[in-house]
Write a protein that binds this ligand. Structure first.
Ligand SMILES: Nc1ncnc2c1ncn2[C@@H]1O[C@H](COP(=O)(O)OP(=O)(O)OP(=O)(O)O)[C@@H](O)[C@H]1O
Ligand SMILES: [Mg+2]
Length: 251
């Protein structure tokens, strides 16, 4: 049994009376402690896929199992509990603008019932982990993009997740800052054994940190395998296009 099991998942959105297939019969298994990448062009279904992993988006059909639990069988309260173990970070950070850095991290702990003082103490430890201790009193508007993302990572770590989902987490950052954020993600993967799912359209991000990668195109899984193999010898048209185009734009 794999830690994350996605079996025959399809997702159809209904808008203006028409149904749109965003995911078509996707089956992917992700192992505990793995860093797994999902790549594809805009509109391929990447965000829909990660949102199905924590049931923010409920698949139209198919099964999502996390650590053996079929998410469709959970009641709303149980699902919320499960989601506590699945952190998420996004391109646009999603920080609380009215709260300082420390309270942004402490907030999710307070929501889960921890006393304010204790929550702040733990938040401070997490800020140390991401190298932002000295910014604890700053407000998000006073931070650079990379610093904001470090706050978001500290916040995601607060509830001691087993999984972190990253949806274009480095897309708004320059290459050097991206590298630093990826280093932090690699560290927490090693130190805490957290399974990480990385959604990106940047091939360099996948090469830098992922063990395996899946290629989505128009809602279909076109290819999946170890990063070294897929990048050296892509089989599918979709993978070839992504990889060769990115090489062209670099060279
Ligand atoms: N709530 C929704 N209602 C209707 N269609 C949607 C909805 N959310 C997404 N879609 C459609 O589903 C498809 C997949 O969207 P998704 O956001 O998963 O793509 P993506 O791969 O994350 O793209 P990007 O790289 O631009 O973020 C797109 O065609 C999108 O328009
Ligand atoms: Mg997306």
């Amino acid at each position: 049994m794999s830690f994350i099991e996605v079996e025959h998942v399809s997702k159809e959105y209904i808008s203006e009376g028409k149904s749109f297939p965003a995911l078509k019969d996707i089956s992917i298994s992700i192992e505990k402690g793995e860093i797994f990448g999902v790549i594809g062009l805009s509109g391929a279904g990447k965000s829909t896929f990660v949102r199905c992993l924590n049931y923010l988006e409920k698949p139209t059909s198919g099964v999502v199992r996390i650590d053996g639990t079929d998410l469709s069988e959970l009641k709303e309260a149980q699902l919320r509990e499960k989601r506590q173990k699945i952190g998420m970070i996004f391109q646009h950070f999603n920080l609380l603008m009215q709260r300082n850095v420390l309270d942004n991290v402490a907030f999710s702990l307070e929501v889960s019932g921890m006393k304010k003082k204790e929550a702040r103490k733990k938040a401070l430890e997490l800020l140390k982990k991401v190298g932002l201790e000295d910014k604890k009193k700053a407000y998000p508007a006073q931070l650079s993009g990379g610093q904001k993302q470090r706050v978001a990572i500290a916040r995601a770590l607060a509830t001691e997740p087993e999984i972190i989902l990253c949806d274009e987490a480095t897309s708004a950052l320059d290459p050097e800052t991206t590298r630093r954020i990826l280093e932090i993600l690699k560290d927490i993967n090693k130190e805490y054994g957290i399974t990480i799912v990385v959604i990106t359209h940047a091939m360099s991000v996948v090469e830098e940190i992922c063990d395996r990668v899946a290629v989505l195109d128009s809602g279909e899984l076109k290819e999946m395998g170890y990063v070294s193999r897929v990048f050296k010898n892509p089989h599918s048209k979709a993978a070839k296009r992504l990889i060769y185009d990115s090489e062209r734009s670099v060279g």
